[in-house]
Structures are given as structure tokens and as C-alpha cells.
Design a protein around this ligand. Sequence first.
Ligand code: SF4
Ligand code: SF4
Length: 306
Amino acid sequence: MSHTKTSEAKRRSRRKFLKGVGAAVGSTLVARRKAEALSFSMSELFQQHFKKFTKEDLERVLARLEDEYKKKFGREVEVTAEPHIPNSLFAYALDLSRCIGCRRCVYGCVEENNQSREPQIQWIKVLRMEKEKGINVEEAELYYNPDLVPEEGYFYMPVQCHQCRNAPCTKVCPVQATWMEPDGIVVVDYNWCIGCRYCMAACPYGARHFNWAEPKIPEEELNPKTHYLGNRPRYVGVVEKCTFCIQRSRNGRYPACVEVCPVGARKFGDLNDPDSEIRYTIENKRVFIFKEELNTQPKFFYYFGI
Ligand code: SF4
Ligand code: SF4
């Protein structure tokens, strides 16, 4: 079968799936189409899956997106698609004894990753728990709001995508719109996602977020440096999540939440680099895995350093 015929067959099977999955998906797509009205171009509608792009496809799609965002935000937006750094495998560790629950990581992440301000989307949640009860998710508070943190008798546990090696979210996606990259980052192709939300139901960390309405970001607050698989502006009706700031980490930078944390509670780096801070942390601290019994094999670790 020729390449063109294969592509056409794949598009047909995705369309067949779209027809068959029922009202929930249908209504999501209808909402998205309505919201975007006539701006939904034919080239976008028939766009191939990211993993199948040729070099020419990629250049064309990135240019189209830059143009789309310029019209929408009235600003130049750069959309890149840097590939992974060979032999890199990113991981994260969080020192619960240092975290003071200030939530600067939450807001730093929102700004860096162009999350919707209205309705509000936040990829990082910070849970407040009672020291006496230890890690007790059932009784944790997400909407704590004290004037001063840290508070006597409490500790704080930030939760975000755990970038699992054995990721339940990627297995359930019926159209392969989400997958793990070679550097261990689980990504979503927002142009391929059909909004069925199976991945949200499968994620045990509540790390995926659905855009029920058109995401809104004030023009002046838009971060114009974006990656196709990361922080580029999203659409209504698609799912999004933390990508270890793919637009930064693939350029040798720390994720925004690491940089903004005032107490150094967050450690990040390349697991394959024996001299990295993340390797030191994992080899020298008593790290633990949240919901280890599920065998999701996260690349996100917690520890009590003090
Ligand atoms: S909502 Fe999740 S499972 Fe459904 S298509 Fe999008 S990424 Fe895949
Ligand atoms: S910025 Fe650092 S100290 Fe503040 S809540 Fe996030 S991890 Fe904790």
C-alpha cells in the first residue's frame, strides 16, 4: 500500500472511530467546532498524527499554528518541536519536608505553560495534610487558604503528572493521541485528541485536565515560546497535562516549577546522567512512590529530606 493510501486508511479509521464512540465524544467535538466556527481550516481537519509527520509536514503545521496563534492573540508566537536529547530520561523528586505550601509552583506553571485563566486550569495541585495523620489523600485539603504558610501541624504535598513508565493514560487512548516520548515525557497531540476523556479516568493522580470551555489567556500574559507537544495554546474539548516543561527541559533548562520554588523543594534532571542531582537524590534519600501498589512506575519521586 502506498504512503498516501496508508494515511488515508488511517484517517478513515479515526473518522470511523469518531462516528462510533457515542454522544459524549460527539457533543465535545460539536462544541469545539462551534466554538472555533469557520476558523477550523481543511488543512487542520485533515492533519496527520504528529508521529507520522514528514519534515515538510512538520514545517507546514508549525507555520500554520504560528499564523493561527498570531491571529488569535495579536502577537508573534513561536511553535517549535525540538526532539528529545539522545539518551536522556527525565525524572523529578520533591522534598516534602521542605515544601511550605506556598503554591508558587502552581502559578509559575500556569504562566509558563499557557494554562487557561478563565476557566481556570492548573496542572499542579498542592494538597494540605495533617502531620499527625501522615499521607492521607482522602482527608487532604486542596483549597486551603491561610494568610501564612507553613501552618503549624500541617505538611504539603504537590501533585502533578507522574510521567509513568507504565502509564495507564496512554494505554486507554483510543486514537493514540497521547504517548511517552523517548526521554520519558508523556505528551498529548492536541490536534489529534478527540476529547473522550478516557485518559482522565485512567490516571490515578488526577493529573489530566479537560478544556470544557474555550481556554482564555490575556494576550499580554501569553508565553510566546512554545512547543508543539507542550505549552502551545490549547483548544476547547481537548485534554492537557504537565510535560516537565518540554519546551524548557529539552533546551537544558529546569521546569518553571523548579526555578520558582523558594525553598528548593523540587529536584529535576536526567536519570541517565550519573552526576545529576536527581540521581544523587534517588540514590541517597529514602524516596517513595505515590500509589506504588498500582505499578504505574512513575518518574516522579517524593522524599523527606530533613
Ligand atoms: S481525551 Fe485522552 S484518551 Fe481521549 S483522545 Fe484525548 S488524549 Fe486520548
Ligand atoms: S513552590 Fe515549592 S514550597 Fe511552594 S508549594 Fe510549590 S513545591 Fe511547595
